[in-house]
Design a protein around this ligand. Structure first.
Ligand SMILES: NC(=O)c1ccc[n+]([C@@H]2O[C@H](COP(=O)([O-])OP(=O)(O)OC[C@H]3O[C@@H](n4cnc5c(N)ncnc54)[C@H](O)[C@@H]3O)[C@@H](O)[C@H]2O)c1
Length: 372
């Protein structure tokens, strides 16, 4: 039995709790069982309510109590970004495995230190890059690893939302640099940067430009508020493999929903995917040019040891990525193995984002620092 203590029980807390409690449906013959046994939030009353509503065990007064509990093996961090670093260090020091939401931290220095601490302790420490576990992304990864794209030359990644398109909607904490640690680059950009990294390899250097479209908004207290973090961000990047491409993100794009997409172009073929069409990706084989792009159906055909629930033909969606991500992490804990994606992966993406912010200030291409 893997016993999880959840810190933060808002949107992601609910999502992770759903993933944990549904694992036996999605995975055949699970060698472990897992339960969220305790929870805390910014207010004890929120934790009590979440514990009651979602069956999350005991509500703790605060994170110190939860992390210190001998009845907890794993700390699952679902709090706003500025909280992650302290909680990670506290949990690792207490000998707990850690599953942390993205972005890992709010600076490269913090993220590198967290990654080093995870390695030093030998505990399983994973970051939630859930989109790696969407079935079309897993199949795309196989195609890249089989060398079917040849040498990767270029890529285009984007993650657009419309949640900040209405200037009269009060700004949430994800738009506030003092809580988010950055702007939309941290919030949505981290996901799409990770997919490019996962499929094409590490970043070497980046050029970045941010944009604030609405300098004044309504704050969380209902009063006028000055926007303090970028609402859109645009990067040009060179990867270690030599490929050059772009990544864009923003929350001010009318008409978009959960518009995460990528295109990858190699010497021998190409791939493209959109999360709004989550059961397919498109593959182009340069050896069969007249076939054009082939739409590859993925649906619910899970890789082993996934069961086939609710059926191979059934469409799968965003939540399935979180279930797969949770499974991969807990399975690593069970086997005493390192997590993948790991804190080192989270630290690389943090370094990319920090280089992008440095570039937006300097107006120059900036090197991405290596984790040391
Ligand atoms: N992977 C994804 O798909 C995805 C999606 C959304 C958010 N996220 C990430 O998940 C994290 C949480 O985001 P969210 O959307 O769930 O936020 P949220 O605002 O919905 O929930 C935050 C929770 O943290 C609690 N909290 C705040 N400060 C706390 C503290 N000091 N101690 C204990 N609890 C505290 C709040 O009470 C609340 O329960 C962020 O890091 C965000 O970037 C990831």
């Amino acid at each position: 039995m893997l016993r999880i203590g959840m810190i933060g029980c808002g949107f992601m807390g609910r999502t992770h709790a759903y993933a944990v409690s549904n694992l036996p449906f999605f995975y055949k013959d699970l060698p472990f069982t897992a339960r969220v046994c305790g929870v805390c939030a910014s207010e004890p009353s929120h934790a009590k309510e979440a514990a009651r509503r979602y069956g999350l065990g005991e509500a703790a007064e605060n994170e110190e109590e939860l992390i210190g509990s001998p009845d907890i093996d794993i700390i699952d961090i679902c709090t706003p970004n500025v909280c992650h670093y302290e909680t990670i260090l506290r949990a690792l020091a207490a000998g707990k495995h850690v599953y942390c939401e993205k972005p890992l931290c709010v600076s490269e220095e913090q993220a590198f230190h967290a990654a080093r601490e995870a390695k030093r302790t030998g505990l399983t420490a994973g970051i939630v890059f859930n989109n790696r576990f969407l079935l079309p992304v897993m199949r795309a990864k196989e195609i890249v690893e089989e060398g079917r794209l040849g040498r990767i030359l270029s890529f285009r990644g984007a993650y657009y939302h419309s949640s900040a398109a209405d200037p009269n909607r009060p700004a949430g904490w994800k738009q506030d640099r003092t809580v988010c640690g950055g702007g939309v680059l941290y919030d949505l950009g981290s996901h799409v940067l990770d997919l490019i990294y996962y499929l094409c390899g590490p970043f070497a250097s980046v050029y970045g430009v941010g944009n604030i479209a609405y300098p004044t908004r309504i704050g969380r207290d209902g009063k006028p508020w000055n926007t303090n973090a970028e609402e859109a961000f645009y990067l040009t990047a060179r990867l270690a493999c030599g490929a050059v491409g772009t990544v864009e993100t923003g929350k001010i794009f009318q008409g978009t929903n959960d518009d995460l997409s990528f295109e990858i172009y190699g010497t021998d073929g190409a791939l493209r995917f959109s999360l709004m069409d989550p059961n397919f990706f498109e593959y182009y084989d340069a050896a069969a040019p007249h076939a054009g792009f082939t739409r590859v159906e993925c649906c619910n055909r899970y890789p082993a040891p996934g069961g086939v629930f609710p059926g191979a033909k059934a469409p799968a969606g965003w939540l399935r990525g979180h279930v797969g991500s949770m499974y991969a992490f807990l399975d690593a804990v069970y086997r005493g193995a390192p997590a993948s994606p790991s804190f080192a992966d989270g630290a690389h993406i943090q370094a990319v984002m920090e280089a992008a912010y440095r570039s937006a200030e300097s107006g120059r291409m900036e090197e991405v620092h290596a984790l040391v």
